[in-house]
Structures are given as C-alpha cells and as structure tokens.
Design a binder for this molecule. Sequence first.
Ligand code: ATP
Ligand code: LTN
Length: 329
Amino acid sequence: MKKETKIFSGIKPSGDLTIGNYIGAISQWVEIQKDNECVFSIVDYHAITVKQDPADLRRRILDIAKTYLAAGIDPKKSIIFQQSQIPAHTELAWILNCTGTNMADLKKMTQFKDKAGDKQDGVSVGLFDYPVLMAADILLYDAQIVPVGEDQKQHVELTRDIAKRFNNEYGTIFTIPEARVHKAGARVMSLSDPTKKMAKSDESKLGYIALLDSPEVARKKIMKAVTDSGDDIDYDPINRPALANLLTIYARLGNREIPRLVKDNKGKGYGEFKKALADVVVKFLENFQEKFNSISDEETEKVLEDGKNRALAIAEEKMKKIRQAIGVR
Ligand code: ATP
Ligand code: LTN
C-alpha cells in the first residue's frame, strides 16, 4: 500500500458492538491508521433504516466513538465523526440515487435480501437504498481503501460501479475504492449457529459476545457455544465450521497463529479447549473495558466535534465539485 493512502470505514449504531465487529473491522483500522489518512465514521443514518429507540441510539453513538478510542484509534491522526452531522452524506446519496445506481443493482444486494427476508414490500425504502448512502460515505472522502468484514465486500463493489458510471457521465470526479478484508476473521460466525454471521442485531444473545459483556457472561457464552461432531482439536472450516470459528477467535484475540494453536491443543477435548479460549476472551475484554471505562462522555464529545469540523471541510470541498459537475451550480 502507498504511504498516506486515503481510508474510510464506518459502523452503524444498531446494537452493542461485538467481537465480530472488532476482529473484522476495528482491529484492521488500528493497524491501517499508522501510515494512512483515515476517516472513521459512526454511520447513524444507516442505523435508522430499521426502527431504533432514540435514547438507545443516542447512547450507542457515543459508545461506538468510545469503542474506537478504546481500541486504539488515535483522534489526533484519524478523523472520528458522526455521519448525520455532515449533511453532504445524504445529499450525495440522493445524487447517486439519480445518477449511477439502478434498481437492479440494489435488488441484488445480499444484505438487503437477508434483512428484508420475505417481507420486501414491508421494509423501509431506506433499507433498500442503504448501499447508496454507503457509497456516498466512501466517495465523499476519495477513499482508496475501505477496510471491512467480508459481508460488506458486495457494497464496496457496488460503490465502484456507481463511481465509474458517474465518472463516465460527468468526468473524473470520484476515486474508485477497493475493499480490504482481513484474511483471518473476515467473517466471525455466530456462537449458536456457525452458518450465520455473528451480528450485533442477532435476536439470540448467545450468538455473539459484545465488547461490553461482563467476563462471566462472555465465559458462559463460550462454554455454551455449539461445536461440531469429532472430539479432537483441528482446523477444518468445511467439515467443522464451529470449531474453526472458535479457533479463529482464539487466534485473533490472543494474538496467535492457527496452526500453532492446533498443535498446542492436540489431544485436548472441547471442554478444555473452550476453557482456554474463555480465558483469552475474558482477558481481552477486561483490557478493552478498562480503557473504555476510563474515557469520559465529555472527552468523546470533544473528539466528535473536532472530527465533525475536519470531515466537514473535506466533504464540502468535494460537494462543490459534484454540484458544479451535475449543473446545479
Ligand atoms: P447488524 O447486525 O446491525 O447488521 P453488524 O454486527 O453486522 O450489524 P455492522 O455495523 O453492519 O455490524 O458492521 C460494521 C463492520 O463490522 C463492517 O465492516 C462489518 O463487515 C464488520 N463485521 C460485522 N460483523 C462481523 C463479523 N461477524 N465478522 C467479521 N466482520 C464483521
Ligand atoms: N454498511 C456497513 C456500514 C457502513 C460502512 C460505510 C462501512 C456504512 N457506510 C462506509 C464502510 C464504509 C455495514 O452494514 N456494516
């Protein structure tokens, strides 16, 4: 990667952040911020595509910003901001709705199909249009790299298509971005169903470990995690996906390599392995929560205010060019 590459990513405040969000997204950001120009958003207008309680939403926005800080995002270097504070995001989404995006593109999106299920006519237009707002987020900041979990690759691909079509029509306005997915842990699976992604909005709380779960709760969830048939420890994602998922979590939160872990756990049964994994997860959570709890709301609000001013300057500059290109200015 070139030095000072432009990076954009975001998380929506639709629930308590999980170790899946950390492993798939946030931990990559901490690495990538060192030599690059990064913008990390709390994408609150994405969260309201499904019903949210206003008080919960307000609290979660602040908690996500705190999570970014506690995980090691440096607000002096990287921009941390709340999406709804920059009107250019929704403005550009409207423009991209009209130029660059077809109905057929959005109908193909796996996340929409999963979330709408068999009630497509009953969900909000926002849920359908969600990827266009995401494209606006990315394109406003000329992001070259978008570090995300596997499930978001399709949306970044669509963003590329939208940007190319817009550029064809109006000249080179947008940078074409690329998704970056971490090799190990691109898709952390649910602890109660290894065929499903671990997700913060999962109805079954046993399926995910929240970054703010107490050590006792986290330990219980690991011990209750489903396992596959077989009784030794081996990494086989096809035939033993549940165990492969637990090994991935162990490796990423414990800073270990999977082959080495398998070797060290040879001869152990599931119970013993899960106990060791629970120790690693609890240690990680305790460490994270200590940092999280040491950050005040006031400090976090200041970071968001500073981030807003910095993001606003970039977004407004870009919007001037876009308005000019399409002829409204
Ligand atoms: P929701 O359940 O509300 O759809 P989510 O938990 O899937 O939420 P998002 O806000 O959609 O979380 O995702 C934020 C980032 O975390 C994205 O980059 C996404 O790819 C990543 N991510 C989310 N869940 C996982 C997971 N299980 N494994 C790896 N990455 C994940
Ligand atoms: N759609 C993403 C969240 C998201 C995002 C973005 C990620 C919104 N805008 C821009 C990367 C870049 C999700 O559901 N996880």
